[in-house]
Design a binder for this molecule. Structure first.
Ligand SMILES: NC(=O)CC[C@H](N)C(=O)O
Length: 632
């Protein structure tokens, strides 16, 4: 990925089903859960590096004993930082009290972070700022054990402002505008309600106040609470939470936009945003890790029983295809195949762009995430050549000489590592014109990998803004003197904002949008652009059901190829000699490569929730009025 669109989040939940002493005996440490959580978070660090957080709950503690702990960080290496803090604390306790080392009960009573229910989160923000206050997990504290709520999520709601207003209408006074707080308070409201009702009922049954508490915990129905809380959520989400007494849940949105996977055996239940995190950390095969179905939640009760519950009516599955193209780790068995397929399906377009001249073409990729699609692309080039070779050999027949045969077999796709990503370079004087020269050096090249007048095909997973391509990659590649540089994107053109967890909320950031705008200018059709703006304004106050995505009209006059060619023009730095061509994946090929993850609103404008059209509408108004802000 040459452009940084790193915005996602990762969640992990671990529930230890056996007493802590079991893990001490079997694995040598009662901190088994903490260690596993560290690994689960590290294995998902790709999903978020703005901040990280950890929380844990100890089961069955006595009044007055601490049973919840939390630690959060926005340091440079936030996961490392929180586990450094946790380790420091544990080691200090062990130094002060060497007798704790073999005494699991003493560890549980005196050392924080150890616990049976654990929640981890890695963050890239889509809402609010990147401050420590915005880092998950969030905590809603109460003196009643089961009214404590800890929440973390991979999510973005299109209607978070409305949800916030609803809380205010309920008479609440939220102390923060953070979207996670709004969502948490929504769950908290119905949790409070449920607890109050149960308490009344249990008192009626003749139990004392003290007896009521464990009975409430037992009878609490998280599925009902979640159903009421999530009723009006419009967005993509995998929301994870824990209640003070030890129940836990992960709820996935009805369209399955955000991912969530789980695994259970007789020692643990684990939930994560990505399957390979669970596979690697617990050494379990692919088949054993299941997806949480859209609209469903996994609920793990304090007693260790767990179940999958339908919370909201599932809608047509629209799992985010960007997870497959870029966000998730490519180590997932399915995602690995899909990325290769994406590369393969681009090959016919590439062949056309190089006029079938494989002999004078070097194939390469932009490090690091495009590597897998590169393998798919190269394999297809090999298949193509093999077919050609077969034809040639068969046409000559048995009289073929060794020399002829050798010449035919000797042609192979030329694959090279051309571009090298260096550590982020510092730009010393940001306003200075020398800045561009510094930026150009973020990437480097392998000298001698391309011959003068070769075609250079270089694959990337997506082109969002294209800034790095223009400012760094194309300039540095041009130094190798290729005749033509063909940049291939394994994702289609990004034309519409995301509002479900990726921070791409401004239209004018997209190079595809800029290209379509330039085409409108070239064609003197800016009146059409104004007409779209007027239509957007007219429906600004309309109900979500009625809003139409008129931004589609903005792209409609142009073919995808016209827009790609314009992008090529916009991204070519004036001083480079090579001709630049940009090739994008088609939507059809994307669907073919990722058949189970057809969520494609950023490419097609087809939003799976009603709020999506409102967001794109607002984004267009923002663009037209020159407002540089998120549209949700
Ligand atoms: N990428 C995400 O899932 C972000 C979660 C949440 N909206 C936040 O900004 O903290």
């Amino acid at each position: 990925m040459s452009d940084a669109i790193k915005h996602e989040c990762g969640i992990s939940v671990i529930r230890l089903l056996k007493p802590l002493s079991y893990y001490k005996e079997k694995y040598g440490t009662a901190f088994y859960g903490v260690n596993k959580m560290y690994l689960m978070m590290e294995k998902q660090h790709n999903r978020g590096q703005d901040g990280a957080g950890f929380a844990s709950i100890k089961l069955d503690m006595k009044p007055g004993e601490r049973y919840m702990s939390r630690v959060r960080s926005i340091q440079q290496q936030p996961i490392q930082d929180i586990f450094d803090q946790i380790n420091d604390r544990i080691n200090t306790e062990f130094t002060k009290h060497p007798e704790y080392k073999e005494d699991v009960a003493a560890q549980k009573n005196n050392i924080p972070y150890i616990g049976e229910v654990l929640l981890g989160h890695v963050r890239y923000g889509t809402f609010g700022k990147n401050s420590i206050e915005s880092v998950h997990p969030f905590l809603r504290q109460n003196n009643w054990m089961h009214r404590n709520l800890i929440v973390a999520g991979n999510f973005n709601m299109t209607n978070v402002n409305e949800l916030f207003d609803n809380l205010v209408q309920l008479g609440q006074h939220p102390k923060e505008m953070a979207d996670t707080v709004t969502v948490m308070e929504k769950i908290g409201h119905f949790l409070d309600d449920a607890v109050a009702k149960l308490y009344k009922q249990i008192k009626k049954e003749g139990y004392s106040k003290m007896e009521a508490s464990p009975l409430i915990a037992e009878r609490l129905k998280l599925n009902k609470i979640l159903r009421k809380a999530a009723k009006n959520w419009d967005g993509g989400y995998a929301m994870a939470g824990m209640l003070g007494h030890g129940d836990a849940f992960v709820l996935r949105d009805p369209s399955g936009i955000r991912p969530a996977y789980y695994y259970k055996d007789d020692e643990i239940v684990a939930v994560a945003s990505e399957r390979p995190a669970i596979q690697t950390v617990f050494n379990v095969p692919f088949e054993k890790v299941k997806e949480i179905s859209p609209g469903h939640a996994i609920i793990i009760k304090k007693d260790g029983s767990s179940s999958i519950n339908k919370i909201l009516e599932p809608r047509e599955r629209k799992a985010c295809s960007f997870e497959r193209i870029y966000f998730s780790r490519g180590s997932d068995k399915e995602i690995y195949q899909e990325r290769k397929e994406l590369g393969k399906l681009l090959f016919p377009q590439i062949l056309k762009a190089i006029n079938n001249d494989i002999k004078h073409t070097v194939f390469s990729y932009i490090p690091n995430t495009a590597e897998t699609s590169f393998f798919g692309m190269v394999k297809e080039a090999q298949n193509y050549l093999n077919k050609k070779k077969e034809e040639q050999i068969l046409s000559i027949g048995s009289k073929i000489t060794q020399k002829e045969l050798h010449a035919i077999l000797d042609i192979r796709p030329r694959i090279e590592k051309v571009a090298i990503k260096d550590a982020k370079l510092r730009t010393f004087i940001t306003q200075d014109s020398s800045r561009d020269d510094l930026v150009a050096h973020v990437y480097d090249i392998s000298y001698g990998s391309v011959k003068k007048n070769d075609n250079l095909v270089i694959i990337d997973d997506s082109i969002v803004r294209g800034t790095t391509l223009k400012k760094s990659i194309l300039r540095i590649l041009d130094r190798l003197s290729p005749k033509k540089i063909i940049v291939v994107s394994s994702a289609p053109q990004i034309r519409y904002p995301d509002c479900y967890g990726i921070d791409m909320a401004k239209l004018e950031d997209f190079v595809a949008f800029k290209a379509a705008l330039a085409l409108h200018q070239d064609n003197n059709t800016m009146d059409q652009v104004e007409a779209i703006y007027k239509k957007c304004i007219d429906q600004a106050k309309a109900h979500d059901d009625e809003i139409v995505n008129y931004v589609k009209d903005f792209y409609a006059p142009f073919t995808a190829n016209q827009i790609s060619d314009k992008i090529g023009e916009l991204l070519s730095p004036p001083e480079i000699k090579a001709q630049v061509k940009i090739i994008y994946q088609t939507i059809e090929s994307l669907h073919q490569a990722c058949p189970d993850n057809l969520g494609d609103w950023y490419f097609t404008g087809n939003y799976p929730t009603k709020g999506g059209n409102r967001v794109v509408n607002k984004a267009f108004i923002n663009f037209y009025e020159g407002k540089n802000e998120r549209a949700y």
